[in-house]
Design a protein around this ligand. Structure first.
Ligand SMILES: [Zn+2]
Length: 70
């Protein structure tokens, strides 16, 4: 990642978050890099149909902000 230097194995927290976000499936969906059928969205959340539904209408409701653990 450009703009920061790693030293002694310590990385700035923004670099860690950016790396997690780039690898995160949910963030890829939120960013529009993976197309989904969005059924609701607001400033904090997005709801979309699951690509492999367990039942008809299986919906994922996720925060817009990356969270490693929910
Ligand atoms: Zn994420």
């Amino acid at each position: 990642m450009a703009g920061f230097k790693e030293s002694a194995g310590i990385r700035p927290i923004t670099a860690v978050i950016a790396k997690e976000t780039m690898a995160c499936l949910i963030c890829s969906i939120i960013d529009g890099r993976i197309p989904v059928k969005i059924i609701y969205e607001d400033s904090d959340t997005v709801a979309f149909l699951d690509a492999h539904p367990a039942a008809p209408g299986h919906t994922m409701l996720v925060p817009r902000v990356h969270a490693a653990r929910v």
